[in-house]
Design a binder for this molecule. Structure first.
Ligand code: UD1
Length: 417
C-alpha cells in the first residue's frame, strides 16, 4: 500500500525549525562534481528522493558517493562513462544538468529526455541551443541526445528566456572550455549564485551570477572542495505559509531573508509580521489573513515553486486573491484538490481567482511536489481530517515533512507501507 499523510487540522504551529540546504542548489552542485577528479564534501544536504537519484546517477557513471547523515562525499576519480543511465534520467528532470559537466569532463555526453514533475512541457531547447553556441555537435534520435564536444570553444550565449537549468548547464559546460563564455539574459536565482560560489571554491573563474550576465573564464582543471550549499528558500517559504495559515508563530533557523524578498513581501501583505535577522526569519500570523495578488516570475519575482502554497493560503483569506502563473503553462494541479477541501477557485488559462473562506478535511491527491506541499498546508488549517495520497512526490523536495511539522505542533502522520 502506498503511503499517505493523515492530518488533523486546527493546530496552531509554533516553535522553531532549521532549514536544510536547498534541493535546487544541491542538484546542480552534485552534477558539477564531475568537473573535478578530486573529492568533494557537501554538508547539510537533506535526504530527498531527487538528491538520492542524482547520487545514483553519479554512481552509475562510475563515481563513488557516501552519505553520513546530511554530509555527502562524492569521489569522481573513477568516473568512466559519459552515458546517462536511461531509467534514472527519466525520474529526475535535473539529470539534464549532467550534459554540461559530462561535456566538460569527457567532451561527450549521451542523455535521454528527462522526466520530473508534470507541470508543463518543460522543453530543453534553450539548453541545446546554448551548448551548440559552445561548438557542441548535438544529434537527437529516438529520445536520446548524443553530444559531441570534441570541438568545444567559448561563446556568447543569449538565452531567449532566463531558464534556471539552461543557465546552470551552460555555465558548467564552459568551466573547462578555454576562453571566456558569456551567458546573457541568464537566470538570476540564488541557486545560480551558489553554483558559481561552488565552482569558484574548486578553482573555477565564474562571475556575474545573480545578475543577467554570467561570465565563465575557462580553466585547465578544478580541485576538490568542502562546501555547504545555501538553505532552501522554498522549504522556508512553505513552513512560513504553514504558520501563517494556522495562526501560528515560528522561527526558521538559517533561512535567508535576502533570498526570499518576494515571498516575504506577500506574507506581509497578507497581514503577517515578519522579522528577519542574521539567524533566520520569524513569522507571526495575523488574526485573519488578507487576500494577496501573486504573479510568478523568474527571480527576483515571486517564485513559481511557492505559487501552490500561496494559493492554499489565499483559500483562507478574507477576500478575493488573484494568482497568475507565468513560468509554467500547467501548474494549477493543486486547485482541483483544494476545491475538494471546500475552496472556491476559478481557473482561466494561467489565472486563478481564489475567493477566501474556510477549508474542510478531505481525501486528496498530491499531483506534483509543490501541489502536494500546498495540500499539506491546507490540511493543517482545515476543519477535521485530511488524507493526502501520492506523498512520494512531496518526499522529492521535503525531508520528512511530517517530522518538521510535528515538531512545530501539527498533528500529521505518515501511514501505509
Ligand atoms: C528550475 C527549478 C524548479 C523551478 C524552475 C523555475 C531546479 C532543479 N528546478 O527548474 O524547481 O520551478 O527552475 O524557477 O532548479 N524552458 C524552455 N526551454 C528550455 C528550458 C526551459 O522553454 O530549454 C521553459 C520551461 O518550460 C519553463 C520555463 O522555461 O516554462 C522555466 O524553466 P526553467 O527555469 O528552465 O526551470 P528548470 O531549470 O527546469
Amino acid at each position: 500500500m502506498a503511503e499517505i499523510f493523515r492530518i488533523i487540522g486546527g493546530r496552531r504551529l509554533s516553535g522553531s525549525a532549521a532549514i536544510p540546504a536547498a534541493k535546487n542548489a544541491v542538484l546542480p552542485i552534485l552534477a558539477a562534481c564531475l568537473l573535478t577528479d578530486d573529492d568533494v564534501t557537501l554538508s547539510n544536504c537533506p535526504l530527498l528522493e531527487d538528491i538520492e537519484n542524482m547520487r545514483r546517477i553519479l554512481e552509475k557513471l562510475g563515481c563513488r558517493t557516501e552519505r553520513t547523515g546530511r554530509r555527502l562525499t562524492v569521489r569522481t576519480a573513477s568516473a568512466a562513462s559519459h552515458e546517462m543511465p536511461d531509467g534514472l534520467s527519466k525520474t529526475l528532470r535535473s539529470s539534464i544538468f549532467m550534459m554540461g559537466p559530462l561535456l566538460g569532463r569527457f567532451r561527450k555526453a549521451t542523455v535521454t529526455y528527462p522526466g520530473g514533475c508534470e507541470i508543463g512541457l518543460r522543453p530543453i531547447d534553450l539548453h541545446l541551443k546554448g551548448l551548440r553556441v559552445l561548438g557542441v555537435d548535438i544529434r537527437e534520435a529516438h529520445g536520446r541526445i548524443d553530444c559531441d564536444g570534441a570541438h568545444m570553444h567559448a561563446g556568447d550565449v543569449l538565452l531567449d528566456f532566463p531558464s534556471v537549468g539552461a543557465t546552470e548547464n551552460i555555465m558548467m559546460a564552459a568551466v573547462l572550455t578555454p576562453g571566456e563564455t558569456t551567458i546573457r539574459n541568464a537566470a538570476r536565482e540564488p541557486e545560480i549564485v551558489d553554483l558559481q560560489m561552488f565552482i569558484n571554491a574548486m578553482g573555477g573563474r565564474v562571475s556575474g551570477a545573480g545578475s543577467g550576465i554570467v561570465r565563465v573564464k575557462g580553466v585547465k582543471a578544478l580541485h576538490g572542495a568542502a562546501y555547504q550549499p545555501i538553505p532552501d528558500r522554498i522549504t522556508a517559504g512553505t513552513l512560513l505559509c504553514a504558520a501563517a495559515m494556522t495562526g501560528g508563530e515560528i522561527q526558521l533557523e538559517g533561512a535567508r531573508a535576502d533570498c526570499m524578498d518576494a515571498v516575504l513581501i506577500k506574507l506581509r501583505e497578507a497581514g503577517c509580521l515578519i522579522e528577519a535577522s542574521e539567524d533566520g526569519v520569524r513569522l507571526t500570523a495575523p488574526e485573519r489573513l488578507r487576500p494577496v495578488d501573486v504573479f510568478t516570475q523568474p527571480y527576483p519575482g515571486f517564485p513559481t515553486d511557492m505559487q501552490a502554497q500561496m494559493m492554499a493560503l489565499c483559500c483562507l483569506a478574507g477576500g478575493t486573491s488573484i494568482l497568475v502563473e507565468n513560468v509554467f503553462e500547467n501548474r494549477f494541479n493543486h486547485a482541483a484538490q483544494l476545491v475538494r477541501m471546500g475552496a472556491d477557485i476559478t481557473i482561466h488559462h494561467r489565472t486563478a481567482v481564489v475567493r477566501g473562506g474556510r477549508l474542510t478535511g478531505a481525501r486528496v491527491q498530491a499531483r506534483d511536489l509543490r501541489a502536494g506541499a500546498a495540500l499539506a498546508l491546507a490540511g493543517l488549517a482545515a476543519d477535521g481530517m485530511t488524507e493526502i495520497e501520492d506523498i512520494h512526490l512531496i518526499d522529492r523536495g521535503y525531508e520528512r515533512l511530517e517530522d518538521t511539522l510535528t515538531s512545530l505542533g501539527a498533528q500529521i502522520r505518515r501511514l501505509g507501507k
